[in-house]
Design a protein around this ligand. Structure first.
Ligand code: PFF
Length: 464
């Protein structure tokens, strides 16, 4: 199996893994959930979750993929086949298929928004941008309420992602990723530096690091987001690392992905919060009743206010769309690998069928951001989510990813023979002296933390 897989070069693997990790989760989602959960404690729990749960599980996925050389489902089957409870554990390898199918519904949609805003900013740049912030917000709401347009932007991203995976031009994308990702990082940094003299900056930092009360749901959301942003529990990292060369260090590559991903999220928060806190307090509640949309309502205005804003604004949305694309490619690639390895489907058939499933799931999602009253207000989890879009996101981040993470930690921590794991870690790395720390985190800390949080959520607890 392993021999038939083409291998990534070292830099190619890192580019693909970083490309998969950095995306809308960092730039769009992390700032808005941090704002909704009142910053401070939420950010600290998130950082702790990255270090104690997310990073060890990311290494576990790298290890599982490279060791078995299989897709996530096949990897769970292969690694547990001679162990007690073999067949049962493979259910955890199937969960990512459901996860990515739901993600395909809403992530592609937001990715489509960024693409649309890139084109829109080109239009604004050519015609001379003269809209007030209220007009920019109003135009975004009109855009959300336009059902056919929402379906159209989703479809455009589905087609672009499908075409790239189908044509196998991924290596080209990896080459471009190495240029685009540093550009995006640089642009975000530039925006953060430009935010320093603005009135909202110091309040943004205070908001980001103060300590306050946190509900069990917020705790779960912080852990879930550490998974979402790193791509843990989505099976993607297992798939990508099944192509990883044995010369590469799992530990060094994994930690690099975690550090870069976390930095991008934090810098994006500083930029967005400097904008929010620059708005007079009395107007804040109305301006940001939906913090999820800041990137499309207030940010365009800020970008156009910059010197060279006419260039900067379209460039920013282009870079974010590209970052989203490297994530959607990884998700589709994972599903294609399951379909071709397990069902024997050709690449073409797999891409077409999966893309059609995405579109079917996308229709109710696309209509649930304003176009259709019932779909936009659907609340199967009560106050915790509103509308199909939000409900899918909630189910993925707060339930499916932590549960898959739990499965990973149980299988790699307890079911699989440990010396085998240590050996795989040391290939391409040399002696892995901190193996016992990783082992403790994966065997004890991750499962207890995840189980405890799920239990508290079910009990509806809050932490003051
Ligand atoms: N890690 C990605 C992000 O933070 O934006 C999330 C992601 C979504 C990755 C969908 C892959 C994917 F297919």
């Amino acid at each position: 199996m392993t021999e038939s897989r083409s291998l990534f070069g070292r830099a190619g693997f890192i580019a693909a893994a970083v490309g998969s990790a950095i995306g809308l989760g960092n730039i769009w989602k992390f700032p808005y959930i941090t704002y909704a959960n009142e910053g401070g404690s939420f950010v600290l729990v998130y950082l702790a979750a990255v270090v104690m749960v997310g990073a060890p599980l990311l290494l576990a996925e790298f290890l599982l993929g490279r060791h078995t050389g299989r897709n996530p489902f096949g990897a769970f089957v292969a690694i547990t086949k001679d162990r007690p409870g073999g067949r049962l554990w493979s259910a955890f390898g199937f969960l990512p298929v459901i996860t990515i199918s739901l993600v395909g519904g809403y992530y592609y949609l937001v990715a489509g928004w960024t693409l649309y805003y890139c084109i829109r900013c080109v239009g604004w740049a050519l015609s001379g941008f003269d809209l007030t912030p209220t007009e920019v917000s109003a135009s975004f709401n009109t855009f959300l309420a336009n059902g056919p347009l929402q379906i159209g932007v989703h479809l455009s991203f589905t087609v672009i992602t499908g075409a790239i995976v189908l044509l196998g031009v991924k290596s080209g994308i990896e080459r471009v990723t190495k240029i685009v990702m540093p550009l995006l990082g640089g642009l975000l940094l530039l925006l953060a530096i430009a935010a320093i003299p603005t009135p909202g900056f110091s309040e943004a930092l205070r908001f980001l690091f103060h300590i306050g009360p946190l509900s069990a749901d917020a705790l779960l959301e912080a852990v879930g987001h550490s998974f979402f942003t790193l791509g843990v529990g989505m099976g993607i990292l297992i798939t990508y690392s099944s192509y990883m060369s044995k010369k590469q260090s799992i530990v060094r590559s994994g930690l690099l992905v975690c550090v870069l991903d976390t930095l991008v999220g934090l810098v994006a928060c500083i930029v967005m919060f400097s904008i929010i806190f620059g708005v007079p307090e009395a107007e804040r509640a109305t301006a940001f009743s939906k913090s999820a949309t800041i990137m499309f309502t207030t940010l365009p205005h800020m970008l156009f206010a910059f010197p060279l804003g006419q260039l900067l604004a379209p460039l920013f949305y282009f870079l974010v769309a590209f970052a989203a694309l490297t994530s959607t490619i990884s998700g589709l690639e994972m599903l294609v690998s399951v379909a071709s390895d397990e069902l024997g489907w050709s690449r073409t058939r797999a891409v077409l069928v999966i893309s059609l499933v995405f579109v079917a799931i996308a229709i109710p999602t696309a209509l649930s951001v304003g176009a259709h009253e019932g779909l936009s207000n659907w609340q199967p989890f009560g106050e915790l989510s509103r509308g199909v879009f939000d409900t899918f996101d909630y189910t993925v981040s707060n339930w499916l990813l932590p549960i898959t993470g739990l499965g990973l930690s149980l299988v790699l921590g307890w079911v699989v023979l440990q010396p085998k794991l240590r050996e795989e870690f040391e290939i391409g790395h040399g002696q892995f002296k901190t193996f016992p720390i990783w082992q403790f985190l994966i065997r004890v800390v991750s499962p207890i933390a995840i189980l405890w949080i799920l239990w508290e959520v079910i009990g509806g607890r809050s932490f003051a």
